[in-house]
Ligand binder design. Sequence first.
Ligand code: ATP
Length: 237
Amino acid sequence: MSDALLSVRGLRSGYGPVEVLRGIDLDIAPGEIVALLGSNGAGKTTFNQTVSALLPARAGSICFDGRDITRAHYREVVARGLIHVPEGRRIFPNLSVLENLVLGAFARGRAQRAVNLERVFDIFPRLRERTAQVAGTLSGGEQQMLAIGRGLMGEPRLLILDEPSLGLSPRLVEELFGLIARLHAQGLAILLVEQNVAQSLEIAQRACVMENGAIRFSGTGAELLASDRLRQAYLGV
Ligand code: ATP
């Protein structure tokens, strides 16, 4: 029995006739930040969607906190604390900031929702000022805060962040990495898919490189950077 928070073995999935994931093995320990790297089309988003039950696994297993969730419904996965903040923000643009946040806590009771809301407002004071604003009119950076805030409303134990810095100004990217460090310090495990490779490697305890639907490398950021082949082939640096 592994003591990993997330333990994925031989995971396969895809779209129709297209097989994307060809047998992924990946573990994340409690409280660990893992950077998932790989070129465009490697399968990172497909992996995130499969692990968070948005896409069915075709083979292999996904265990979270000692339970097999391979065939679990999305709601159960979220309720257990495996929460995915998807690429491209995917907030509900016609709903208010508050409504978006409350939806993130659908698996929690009313009292817990209020506690979580306060916590999210403490992290993102800007959202507190804008509770009634229609989410689609927020700036790009504010929408990203909202997407992460909505994820935090569900009380994650593992937060999957898919390209959270996309489209953010350099200052907001700094803020985002500061936030990730704070969440990690509070004990949250994070799977981070980021185009900011250098910054991700700095903050992550471990990096995995995905290529063509399989994990080609798993190790520390320093080990990854020490390999010319990996640096050039997967990171373009
Ligand atoms: P990027 O860094 O560009 O976001 P990625 O590593 O996240 O890439 P995925 O989005 O998982 O890669 O895509 C992996 C492969 O699956 C790609 O070849 C892509 O074209 C294909 N794919 C993704 N979504 C679908 C879909 N809905 N239907 C068919 N093929 C898809």
